[in-house]
Design a protein around this ligand. Structure first.
Ligand SMILES: C[S@@+](CC[C@H](N)C(=O)[O-])C[C@H]1O[C@@H](n2cnc3c(N)ncnc32)[C@H](O)[C@@H]1O
Length: 320
């Protein structure tokens, strides 16, 4: 049988793109309680991931990352905290940014379980470039979703459309991946749908049906629907939100909750290598998952450790 030849993908090149395979940094020794699975690494994630390869090859069930967005800005702490959070400036702009992201995405692929899922949070500044890198590493067929997170907060532009959404790329390693509809599904309910007919089935239960291509599809009101890939029901953290840690660009727990519930199971290993204030770890712990997180910013590590301690989450802190 003739096997269809895969079309060669276009490849993104830029000034400074290193020759593959990328030379890995020396893995550092993980001293102390290596048996602890909940870990916070105060270190560059390239070295962290290189060190984890021996212990967790293709073993991480869910990885969410919210890396810098290539804004060209420095981020300060706010609220009760003062000082520097992190810098999102890169030598040679997008070239430097892509040189940061490529080897890290390659390592993430090696750490992710065969049925695991990766979520990459970004916005219009880098989303198209990251999509091409992710297609190259994971294969375009493994792009599972482009989630649009639409929020209302922040100022409005006067001269153009206001940017009010982020993009979250979701990739898996094959078409077998964890997805728990029962944990995040929305009951179909009795909302009127113009294109569907509501009637009672033989047992007297309300159902909706639609005919398409000569087939009739019937849905009960109690059935669960997968949420669509445009999320409009999760707001950004407000100024005085009790969730706020004072760390810049903190994401709401509700957002991570949806991702963790959909793409992991109890006791699974969840990682976030650009941890910031530790939102992923906090949610993972609350939902009974184990976590591995890292960040280079001392302010981020302070925010993470304070947040996890306030939740009484057990964890080991590594400062290699
Ligand atoms: C957008 S913030 C993450 C915010 C986080 N999702 C939250 O809810 O608080 C990005 C983080 O990536 C960290 N970061 C940037 N480069 C890094 C690197 N090479 N290794 C580890 N962390 C890094 C920054 O210090 C910053 O805290």
């Amino acid at each position: 049988m003739a096997v269809a030849k895969r079309t060669k993908l276009p490849m993104l090149t830029w000034t400074g793109r290193s020759v593959d395979p990328f030379p890995l940094p020396t893995a550092f020794a993980i001293s102390g309680a290596t048996e602890a699975t909940n870990r916070v690494y105060a270190a560059d994630n390239l070295a962290v991931m290189a060190s984890l390869l021996a212990e967790f090859p293709a073993k991480i069930d869910l990885i969410y990352i919210d890396p810098p967005f290539n804004t060209g800005a420095d981020f300060a702490l706010h609220g009760n905290l003062t000082g520097h959070a992190y810098s999102d400036r890169h030598a040679n702009g997008i070239n430097g940014y892509l040189s940061l992201m490529l080897p890290r995405l390659q390592l993430i692929h090696r750490l992710l379980s065969p049925v695991g899922t990766l979520y990459v949070h970004c916005d219009y500044r880098a989303s198209s470039y990251l999509r091409l890198l992710l297609d190259e590493i994971f294969g375009p067929d493994n792009l599972r979703a482009q989630i649009i997170w639409h929020y209302q907060s922040g100022g409005r532009q006067k001269r153009c459309w206001s940017a009010k959404h982020d993009v979250i790329w979701m990739y898996s390693k094959s078409d077998k991946f964890t997805f728990n509809l029962e944990a995040i599904g929305i009951r179909r309910g009795d909302i009127k749908r113009n294109h569907m007919k509501r009637h009672l089935d033989a047992s007297g239960k309300a159902v909706y049906s639609i005919r398409s291509n000569g087939k009739t599809y019937t849905y009960s009101e109690d059935e669960l629907m997968t949420p669509a890939d445009v999320w409009t029901d999760i707001s950004h953290l407000q100024q005085k939100d009790p969730e706020r840690t004072g760390y810049a660009t903190q994401k709401p727990e509700k957002l991570l909750e949806r991702i963790v519930l959909a793409s992991s199971n109890a006791d699974d290993l969840v990682a976030d290598f650009f941890a910031g204030s530790g939102t992923t770890a906090a949610v993972a712990h609350r939902l009974g998952r184990r976590f591995l997180i890292s960040d280079t910013s001392p302010a981020a590590i302070d925010a993470c450790t304070r947040r996890l301690s306030s939740l009484a989450a057990p964890f080991a802190l590594y400062r290699p």
